[in-house]
Design a protein around this ligand. Structure first.
Ligand SMILES: [Zn+2]
Length: 131
């Protein structure tokens, strides 16, 4: 069954942390391509760029046994929560072609400013909503 999910913190000696390039943003829809929840799609809830891991809604659910804490309004019992999965095990779902795709970047010049826009590698549709 599932291997142990040891999180490798990519740290350099001396405490310098290396950030993993994660081409995902919060609220992106992603598809899981490997692991226990392969095939599932969900919304990105949070991203840990130091560990290269993402929290995806309804993916990698774990049961947490919690003790009641009345001062924080926490009920005891067994709660189901998401656990982080490696960003390499998910792909972004393109809103244009509805496929799980890799992300390409397009450099757009606005005046003298340049911006990197995320585009679909398959159909070229922009993946970021225009602000
Ligand atoms: Zn596409």
């Amino acid at each position: 069954m599932a291997r142990s999910t040891k999180v490798s913190r990519r740290k350099m000696p001396g405490g310098l942390k290396i950030r993993v390039r994660v081409d995902l943003k919060k609220n992106d829809t992603v598809k899981v391509i490997a692991g226990r929840d392969k095939g599932k799609t969900g919304r990105v809830l949070s991203i840990d760029r130091e560990a290269g891991r993402v929290l995806v809604e309804h993916v990698a659910m774990v049961k947490r046994h919690t003790r009641p804490n009345p001062s924080k309004q926490i009920k005891g019992g067994i709660a189901e929560r998401e656990s982080p999965v490696s960003s390499s095990n998910v792909l972004l779902v393109c809103p244009g072609c509805h496929k799980a795709v890799r992300v390409a970047h397009k450099i757009e010049k606005i005046g003298d400013k340049t911006r990197r826009l995320r585009v679909c590698r398959k159909c070229g549709a922009p993946l970021d909503k225009k602000a």
